[in-house]
Write a protein that binds this ligand. Structure first.
Ligand code: NAD
Length: 423
């Protein structure tokens, strides 16, 4: 039971409901999703054989606005996993002060085993099955693990066919030339940067030359590295699934990316022509990266990488959770005792859903915002909601994770009271 994500989500709800004195009727509502949809998805494989997949759409609650959350394609997708993820989306959207509720969906499939044609067929059947329960003002899905803007554009096409009109606002995370928002690619990494700057300001700490180690050099890890590098931080360690590098003098994220693109791996510092300068630079493992004596540690890859086993060895003063769930509950307790400031995922990586909301908003109003406008709004929003979480921390004397939950649940409570008769 301990590893069941849905049980964990419910325990978090009950713990915070008690601290924040939530109305019992609201706690009861949030303790189960509003609606769980399980759909059967038969497709004909390219070899002529029929295969049936299971798909899910979970709508946790829509007290603050339409359900919002991604769709993942993974062999391990299960009802309990998607229910927990939908709950966490309710919390994340509320922390970020968005007029959105929480949802999540997925298909139990390893997409690597399907051809593009089969993947498209599966996606179209899924879109048809969930079409009756989604819509621009009802439930707005987005990409998640193993899904991308192309898959989102297939869903928009299928949904629009059913509706008889182009309905861009039914999905976010679309390609920019098909109604997506500028700035969505950078949003999670940059959003995390804005949050970190605000937290450091609160602790009266200058960002100049603070050292940073980032685990995961994908979309989020790269953009966080770029943002922090451009804001005076020193990125000393980076890693991907295969390897990691450490350079005391600092790394240039763009140089590392260039090399990663060439070699497919993060294992060079700076290279000119065919000569790579590995002086003062050493290769490290992903485990070593987590234990480096840096100011800021950023897990930006997988969940559960800091656990009861290694939390005691963490030397960073701040942890910015850009991955979802990188710190286990056991580790959280240890890190809190060590006075390490953990900036929780529901706040730290909310920049992605904030710009998804901007995409939905632009589609609804037929607008096209510039990248500058998107970043400007994102900066304001992330800084304001970070201040809300810091004030709640002071008021309730809890960890930043608990105060983020309190802020979220208090916002949902306000919406609940407003629409009491509709609950
Ligand atoms: P991505 O696929 O672009 O990058 C993931 C990176 O992690 C890659 O560099 C990969 O090599 C690395 N990685 C994989 N296994 C690893 C391992 N064992 N050790 C170290 N590195 C490993 O994914 P992303 O979009 O950057 O997402 C990263 C994390 O951020 C995920 O946890 C995701 O759920 C979370 N997140 C992403 C967004 C978003 O907008 N993309 C929003 C919120 C949360």
């Amino acid at each position: 039971m301990k590893n069941n994500p849905w049980v964990r989500a419910q325990q978090q709800l009950f713990k915070i409901a008690k601290i924040a004195k939530l109305p019992p009727l609201l706690t009861a509502r949030l303790q189960e999703p509003d609606r769980t949809v399980l759909v059967s998805l038969p497709i004909k494989r390219d070899n002529g054989k029929i295969e049936v997949f299971s798909g899910y759409r979970i709508q946790h609650n829509n007290i603050l606005g339409p359900y919002k959350g991604g769709i993942r394609y993974h062999a391990k997708v299960s009802m309990d996993e998607v229910k927990a993820l939908a709950f966490w989306m309710s919390i994340k959207c509320a922390v970020a002060n968005l007029p959105l509720g929480g949802g999540k969906g997925g298909i139990t499939v390893d997409p690597k085993n399907l051809t593009e044609h089969e993947l498209k067929e599966l996606t179209k059947v899924f879109a048809r099955r969930i079409a009756p329960v989604i819509g621009p003002s009802v439930d707005v899905p987005a990409p998640d693990v193993n899904t991308n803007s192309l898959i989102m554009s297939w869903i928009v096409d299928e949904y629009s066919k059913i509706e008889g009109k182009k309905t861009l606002a039914v999905i976010t995370g679309k390609p920019v030339d098909k109604g997506g928002s500028l700035g969505r690619t950078e949003a999670t990494g940059f959003g995390g940067g804005y949050v970190l700057l605000e937290v450091l300001k609160h602790f009266k700490k200058s960002s100049k030359n603070l050292t940073v180690a980032i685990q995961g050099f994908g979309n989020v890890g790269y953009h966080a590295a770029l943002f922090l590098h451009n804001n005076g931080f020193k990125i000393v360690a980076l890693s991907d699934s295969k390897s990691g590098i450490y350079r005391q003098g600092g790394l240039d994220p763009d140089e590392v990316l260039k090399k990663k693109k060439e070699k497919g791996i993060v294992d060079h510092c700076y290279c000119k022509g065919s000569v790579c300068d590995m002086k003062h630079c050493k290769k490290i493992s992903n485990e070593q990266l987590l234990e480096l004596p840096v100011d800021i540690l950023i897990p930006a890859a997988l969940e559960n990488v800091i656990s009861g086993k290694n939390a005691n060895k963490v030397k960073a003063k701040y942890i910015l959770e850009l991955a979802n769930g990188p710190v286990t509950d056991d580790a959280d307790t240890i890190l809190n005792k060590k006075n390490i400031v953990v900036i929780p995922d529901i706040l730290a990586n909310a920049g992605g859903v904030v710009v998804s909301y901007y995409e939905w908003f632009q589609n609804m109003k037929n607008l096209r915002w510039s990248k500058e406008k998107v970043f400007d709004k994102l900066q304001n929003q992330m800084k304001t909601v970070t201040r809300d979480v810091l004030s709640a921390q002071k008021k309730y004397k809890v960890s930043l994770r608990d105060s983020a939950y309190i802020v979220a649940l208090k916002r949902i409570e306000a919406g609940f009271k407003l629409n009491d008769s509709l609950h």
